[in-house]
Design a protein around this ligand. Structure first.
Ligand code: CA
Length: 217
């Protein structure tokens, strides 16, 4: 069971999403604007936010970093009607963990929520150490020295894979298969994430082996 906040101004969509999530035994709250979302989050962070981007009081894309700052452990699944890859990648870069393109089947959304819960509960308390880096598995946080580096869930999963196999060079296809599993994604997304991670970690800690793939430095 997860605490989920559905932020969506279209009542029909909000109702159907809430109903499906409740049927899957989640605790569901709703908000129909950015302001209402913050009112709810001020009462307490939830496990997952289902976030529509186009809201009456603004574009929720602009709020992702504030949500991340306010509730660093909350997963954000973005609902987007924007079909362009560019926008999706930008959304991910701004801190969403996953996205679903409208129109969508509510069952698909329930499946994404289940996948998040399954992955996070699999991560029991563990620490993986590589040189000056320590991956705190249950907190989804990376420490470089003593400095915490905030990670999105996909960034975390990529690093988990690399930390569990620190000597191995992973190809894009291997990373895509492990981290995105059955989601339909182009392997270009791996490069996008790797460049985000390299900005956070520094080039020397995440090495590109040209023509092959990636490994920890
Ligand atoms: Ca909307």
């Amino acid at each position: 069971m997860a605490h989920i906040l559905v932020v969506e101004d279209e009542k029909d969509v909000s109702d159907v999403v809430s109903r499906y999530l409740k049927l899957d035994s989640h605790e569901v709250k709703t908000a129909s604007s950015i302001q209402e979302m913050y009112d709810e989050l001020e009462k307490g962070c939830v496990d997952i936010i289902i976030l529509d981007l186009m809201l009456p009081d603004g574009d929720a894309m602009d709020e992702l970093s504030s949500i991340r700052f306010m509730c660093p452990k909350t997963f954000v699944i973005v609902l987007t009607a924007l079909r362009e890859d560019r926008d999706k990648i930008l959304g991910l870069e701004m801190g969403a963990d996953d996205y679903v393109t409208k129109p969508f089947n509510p069952r698909e959304l329930v499946a994404r929520v289940r996948a998040i819960i399954r992955r996070t509960s699999m991560f029991a308390e563990r620490e993986l150490v590589h040189k000056d880096m320590k991956l705190l598995v249950n907190e989804r946080t990376l420490l470089i020295g003593d400095e915490p580096v905030q990670l999105s869930s996909k960034e975390f999963e990529i690093l988990l894979l690399l930390f569990e196999n620190p000597k191995k060079v992973f190809t894009r296809a291997e990373i895509l298969d492990t981290v995105w599993r059955d989601e339909d994604r182009s392997d270009r997304i791996v490069d996008v994430y790797m460049s985000l991670l390299r900005k956070k970690l520094g080039k020397e800690r995440l090495v590109t082996i040209h023509g092959v793939g990636y490994k920890l430095g």
